[in-house]
Design a protein around this ligand. Structure first.
Ligand SMILES: Nc1nc2c(ncn2[C@@H]2O[C@H](COP(=O)(O)OP(=O)(O)OP(=O)(O)O)[C@@H](O)[C@H]2O)c(=O)[nH]1
Length: 336
């Protein structure tokens, strides 16, 4: 192979024009070299062997390839698709050089993806103009592609950040459970759906017993740890995919159980009480000396056009009853 100058590292600076001439006749190689010698913006390389042309072009990454059509071993026409198959060279413009003006050859050259067709050799002014034209079009395309890629990446990052922000705005920072804002929007969607499906819908309100005493005795940070532990229990008791656990505020949690009847809701409520007891966190004020919770539950079949708020109020009333009747228990209610 006789690539006259050593291949430069891939460099697609705007304005950098790199020509690779592939032609078995050194005399043509020399004539083109002389023709472009005065154009200081053009870097010229020459390859005399068709079999080495693709590898030479991949190493060089030219902005335009000038390809002879008739060469020993392989004809220039069959080289064009080989350049197109290379990811590095796929879009590099190829100017085919023919020894004569031939409509059929010209048409074939354009059909397989050549950017231009020249009869050897045009005068230096035309040759340089064509080299510059094709190289600049290619460089502009490379620049546009890079800008488009950067834009797409930024848009993707922005979407991910927006999604992360949206999720953050719906999560309680202390416990990692959904917050009340999320719960409200969930109920806004789920309540009308349950009304359409005519299925039972249950809500549990869970409140830590003697929590003010706990905070005052063991400190606010220890209180926070209790809230996290209770949140963990509520989360694991939300077993079905449609169940939603949330921190409702302060030391109160909510567990929404769509498509769940009163008996099912009561089972879950009892389970929460038992699992919080099993945490075995000391609270000397409580009757059994451990942190406990009271749970108020309510179940109804939502009617179309109604609000979910009365169900939560009923669950709150049941919670109040659980507190009043001794705490560490679950009370269920159904509307009259
Ligand atoms: N550590 C901690 N405490 C909180 C948080 N949010 C609310 N609290 C406390 O929870 C306590 C709730 O007290 P009360 O509403 O009187 O309830 P209680 O002492 O648990 O009484 P009963 O519910 O009747 O057993 C208050 O002392 C609040 O300051 C929190 O994020 N962290």
């Amino acid at each position: 192979m006789s690539v006259i100058e050593p291949p430069a590292a891939v460099d697609l600076r705007p304005g950098r024009i790199v020509v690779l001439l592939v032609d078995d006749q050194p005399i043509i190689g020399e004539a083109v070299r002389r023709a472009v010698a005065g154009a200081t913006d053009i870097e010229y390389h020459y390859c005399a062997h068709a079999g080495e042309a693709v590898a030479a072009a991949e190493a060089l990454h030219p902005t335009v390839i000038m390809q002879d059509l008739v060469m020993p071993g392989i004809d220039g026409m069959s080289l064009v698709p080989l350049y197109r198959d290379s990811p590095v060279l796929r879009d590099v413009p190829i100017v085919v050089l023919s020894s004569k003006e031939d409509a059929a050859v010209k048409s074939q050259a354009f059909a397989i993806g050549a950017a231009d067709y020249l009869v050897k050799l045009p005068d230096p002014i035309e040759l340089i103009a064509r080299i510059r034209h094709h190289s600049r079009a290619y460089l502009n395309q490379v620049e546009r592609d890079a800008a488009y890629r950067a834009l797409s990446e930024n848009q993707q990052k922005l979407m991910e950040m927006n999604e992360a922000l949206r999720r953050l705005s719906e999560v309680d920072g202390l416990t990692g459970l959904n917050n009340r804002r999320y719960l409200d929007s969930f109920l806004d969607h789920e309540w009308p759906r349950a009304a359409r499906e005519r299925s039972d819908f249950s809500a549990l309100m869970i409140d830590v017993d003697y929590f003010k005493f706990y905070n005052d005795t063991y400190g606010h940070l220890a209180g926070d740890e209790v809230l996290k532990a209770v949140a963990g229990v509520v989360r694991t008791c939300a077993r079905r995919p449609a169940d939603v656990a949330a921190r409702y505020g302060g030391e109160e949690f909510a567990l929404i159980l769509p498509a769940t009847d009163m008996e099912g809701a009561h089972t879950v409520a009892e389970q929460i009480c038992a699992e919080v007891r099993a945490l075995d966190i000391p609270n000397e004020r409580a009757a059994n000396g451990r942190v406990t919770v009271s749970v108020g539950g309510a179940t109804t079949m939502p009617a179309p056009g109604t609000s979910y708020k009365p169900l939560l109020e009923l669950a709150d009333a049941a919670l109040y009853e659980a507190k009043r009747s001794g705490k560490d228990r679950a009370v269920q209610r159904r509307p009259e």
